[in-house]
Design a protein around this ligand. Sequence first.
Ligand code: GCW
Length: 714
Amino acid sequence: MLIITGCLLAEDGYRLWLRYDAVSDKALLTKYKTGINGMIAGGNSATAVIIKEELQNGLKGLLGKNIASLTNIVDGTIVAGTAESLAVIGTIFPLFELEKLGKEGFFITTSRFNGKKVIAIAGNTDVAVLYGVFHFLRLLQTQQPIDKLNIVSIPKIQNRILNHWDNLNRTVERGYAGSSIWDWHKLPGYIDQRYIDYAKANASIGINGTVLTNVNANALVLTKMYLEKVAALANVFRPYGIKVYLTARFSAPVETGGLKTADPLDTQVREWWKKKADEIYQYIPDFGGFLVKANSEGQPGPQNYKRTHADGANMLADAVAPHGGMVMWRAFVYSNETPDDRSKQAYSEFKPLDGQFRKNVLLQVKNGPLDFQPREPFHPLFGAMPQTPLMMEFQVTQEYLGQATSLVYLSTMFKEALDADTYSKGKGLPAGQAGSTVAKVVDGSLDNYSISAMAGVANIGSDRNWTGHPFAQANWYAYGRLAWDHDLTSSQIADEWIRQTFTNEKTYITAVKRIMMSSHETLVNYMTPLGLNHIMGTGHHYGPAPWVSNAGRADWNPVYFHKADSIGIGFDRTATGSNALSQYAKEVSDQWKDINNCPDEYLLWFHHVKWDYKMRSGRTLWNELCYKYYSGVDSIRAVQHQWNKLEKYVDKARFEQVKMLLAIQVKEAIWWRNACLLYFQTFSQMPIPAGYEKPDQTLEYYKGLSFPYAPGNG
Ligand code: GCW
């Protein structure tokens, strides 16, 4: 029998990917142990203290020996610091080399100093060195050779931010992992260990900002009582290189400031925000700035006063600018009055405002034009506003992707958006040139943005394992790693994550990586194949409800999005329909406008397709739809089977958790398949092809299900 040390202990998932269990490969362990004999970490800052502790704790766990803090270099010394904090760093790395790293980049290099072998971890700031230390520990955790290191790593995006949709009453909008980790009531006096561990986990993947509060904002967080609490959190996060941001409720001057208006061009209002910003910076000198959801889904905004989004954003930008702060203004808007295709509205609203924003404003754009659906084409704003820094907003929490019960690795979905080619004319590229990817828009390289950022809506909560589903940790991890370097592959990231979170055992890694890499496609197949979208239950978005037609407004209804009728299914967004396609560069719309050319993935997103339309596969559309739904269920059943074979590689606790969750996921997949096909069949009037198992419930049964207390409902 195979004995795997370290993984048969009870695991509750709290340690995330920072477990630092003993290196299981004995030969490698011996190499590591002989190669690492001491450490010298420079500096006295709070960050420098963390660097020392992290190295010592990490190495103790991984190597099973205490690594002494030395004063003199011996063979096998880790030297970690900046040129200022540690002279040896300045000797090993010429200044011009260090300069290339900027504020956050790091080197990890094996070198010699006075004839002694050293492993040098260097950066220009203590936080950069901390990033390097975490990377070094990652090398050991993933059992990589360390005898010849020559690593240089510089983040491609400056601001790598988590967005918490956490409310002051500790509920979390679209949160599926318990309640908010921010215990506002006990702050500022009580500092939960979780805050420190949260900061550490984020720093280990390069996340350097956190928006503490929901974009559906509460003005109270900007009052003195809460600012003291926010400051306490900021103090915890600062040494880990993490800045705190808050959501700004646009009507705060009225709600908490006693003013009669929140008009962004009103002098009193502008003064109020300036004073508010000054006050915030007194509490939190390195406050990052504001995130704003305005004139969207009932949130107040400048349009209440007939002003533009630019007027609103610029007012806040002027308030934080003297302190070096920035404003992230969300592009997720769609109006009550506009009858136009909802997916077009953000572009229509913001594109004309290009060039009108202050330098410290970023427009925060969701990956797709609608709303975090399992699959969307990229948002047409990317590439369309060369004079405005656009930042990416991904949703890490799985609102529309199976919530807490589904194993879905989101990295492949994130990469799909980042790698998409906008064909926009970037500086230095002729119009229509391939290679103007969304990633290059976001990292600023295409249009020379002076600031760049990425946001991920967090999936973190008070559950012991942070994210509810043990595999949801991978999405937090992947988000951070991609924000640092969007060129990493999803497979690489999965590999790292599995090794650190579970084991370095090859059989396990290969099997689990395969499960993760296909998990998104599997979910798309059994939920929203061929470009379908937004057919989830109303409000909570749990489970299928394609039949709903009575939601508060037309464009909240699934029937609005799938448009099934006796002829076919899908939303015509070509010139004969809403012409949303015209918002993309010609090269892009040319690929998608012809029904025979459009990739299957986006077919029903852009076209209303006849039920008997002949697909690439040779099947009719109806049969293809059946095929997709059935293969989605088959795939997740196969995953269940594969997981059961991995029992011996996983600790009992997590093995059983995933096993139970997969059983739920299979049930939910069958529910999705049956409910959707039975419903769409009422239009197609075509049979589910022979050979497929028949739905075991009626459409009426599925329509009758209700979930009054489904979690995360805003
Ligand atoms: O997807 C929708 C969610 C809302 C959310 C909104 C947004 C915070 O259902 O809960 O509100 O997106 O992104 O603003």
